[in-house]
Design a protein around this ligand. Structure first.
Ligand code: 1PR
Length: 456
């Protein structure tokens, strides 16, 4: 059984690295998705339609989790004439090979181990041998539901509270302490249990953000490692982990690179790492060095080792109001929400250290720099909207989507399911993330998926 790049390796080669031959078990070469009109990598839940032929229990109405930039373009009958049964997916105008099987060989471009119940069924069909027995037989079923769905992500901000327990918390504009006298850290539950609950409610992904990074903790004892290990035992959708991913010095004085930290997370069950503060500092160097890439930033190193799709950059912007469009050198928009002095324009300043420090860099500059460095996705928070339950900042999301070709996750401000509907309708965002409304039990993840539900 071959998964994702495992399927790709069965072919003769790929434009990803023309000098490295594939196994050549299947004739043909892979190429990259065209990103003129769509985000690349292709990330999310899409179909694998085997045209009424049984293929290890794949179902036309189910969706499977893909994350890749290279694909084998589907040509009707080509692989079938080599004896393969084929399932296809479609992304924009392109139809690509989602899965192939012949005898006891099964290869999937998507990740069955991250495709929830539908993926587990496929793995079972492979392990029991049932899939091989029925391979290629005619089957009837519902009509295929093609195309990529837009993801709904549940996010858990995690930190240690004043009693030393690791808790899921949630801030209002990044302030996670209660409003009362004692100002305790808000405790909304336990990370592993909450992640499982959101998986069962249909979350397309789960993100953990360690919002106080590694305060004086030996790296090997990082509590987030244990959380990932335990979560990946019961949660079969992609897991992202963020917080503290940068070159650092361990408590015993040993230098540890961001790549080593990311490796520890991947080995513990993470599918993607999310980089916040370090990305802003790296982007500053990128511009001060005249757009030069040195290959030494965390983003470049991790994306080189694990692929762009494994690196998310988490952005923490906040609005800076200005009286006119050309008041600063920054990428400025006209806004429907006027500033405190009636200003009609604003730009979004990037912050680091959980919003504690504002830098002279706007969100478009950051997004374009990290895309050039190899980030595969942006997690676009908004300090002004965070925890307000007033809806996503559609102006911010539209500005960033227009500036980059990598996928964008809209975040901050979701207060009810209609806000998800709105952000998917009004912007081209690839995914939307919610936190507080799920943690407080006001709505389930499933209720937020009216626009892009997927079936297991
Ligand atoms: O800088 O690489 O160590 O990463 C730190 C990470 O922790 C960053 O991703 C940063 O966004 C996050 N973070 C730091 N401080 C806070 C805080 O809240 N005090 N949380 C924080 C960011 C934003 C979202 C939140 C959405 C949705 N939280 O994760 O879940 O805003 O909330 P809502 O739907 O309830 O409005 P580094």
């Amino acid at each position: 059984m071959a998964i994702c790049v495992g399927l790709q390796a069965l072919f003769e080669g790929s434009t990803e690295d023309p000098n490295v031959p594939g196994l050549g078990l299947i004739k043909g070469k892979l190429d990259r998705f065209d990103d003129t009109n769509k985000a690349v990598p292709h990330i999310g839940w899409n179909s694998a339609n085997s045209s009424s032929k049984s293929l290890y229990g794949l179902r036309p109405e189910s969706k499977y989790y893909y994350v890749h930039s290279y694909k084998y373009p589907y040509v009707n009958g080509e692989l079938e004439s080599q004896g393969w049964t084929v399932a296809t997916g479609s992304y924009g105008e392109e139809t690509f090979v989602g899965a192939v099987a012949k005898g006891n060989i099964l290869a999937t471009q998507f990740h069955p181990e991250k495709s929830g119940v539908a993926g587990l069924k496929l793995i079972k069909s492979f392990l029991t041998g049932e899939g091989e027995k029925t391979l290629g037989q005619e089957v009837t079923g519902p009509a295929p539901t093609g195309g990529l769905t837009r993801r709904v992500i549940a996010c858990l901000d995690v930190r240690t509270n004043d009693q030393g327990d690791l808790v899921v918390t949630k801030g209002d504009q990044y302030d996670v302490r209660e409003k009362g006298e004692d100002r305790n850290v808000r405790n909304l539950g336990k990370p592993v249990e909450m992640a499982k609950k959101y998986y069962e409610q249909g979350a397309d992904e789960v993100t953990f953000l360690n919002i106080t990074s590694f305060r004086d903790c030996p790296l090997a004892d990082l509590p987030m490692l244990e959380i990932l290990r335990r979560t990946s035992e019961t949660v079969f959708v992609p897991l992202t982990i963020g917080g503290g991913i940068r070159d650092t010095v361990d408590t015993d004085g040993t230098k540890v690179s961001a790549l080593e930290i990311a490796t520890m997370y991947f080995k513990s069950g993470a599918d993607k790492v999310s980089i916040g503060s370090d990305a802003v500092l790296a982007a500053e160097e990128y511009y001060s060095g005249g757009h030069k890439l040195w290959g030494n930033t965390a983003i470049e190193q991790i994306s080189k080792a694990y692929g762009n799709q494994a690196v998310v950059v988490s952005v923490d912007p906040k609005r800076v109001y200005v009286p006119k469009l050309d008041a600063t050198r920054h990428n400025t928009i006209r806004t429907r929400f006027l500033g405190p002095k009636g200003e009609e324009y604003c730009w979004y300043a990037c912050t680091i250290k959980g919003g504690r420090e504002t830098r002279d860099m706007d969100v478009v500059e950051l997004a374009q720099a990290v895309e050039a460095m190899g980030a595969g996705e942006l997690l676009l928070n908004c300090i002004d909207c965070d925890g307000t339950n007033s809806g996503f900042d559609l102006e911010l999301i539209s500005q960033v989507k227009a500036a980059v070709r990598i996928p964008v996750i809209a975040s901050s401000g979701a207060g009810n399911p209609a806000h998800f509907e709105e952000v998917f309708r009004e912007t081209t965002t690839d995914a939307a993330l919610g936190a507080g409304m799920f943690h407080r039990g006001e709505y389930t993840v499933q209720q937020s998926k009216t626009i892009s539900p997927r079936q297991d």
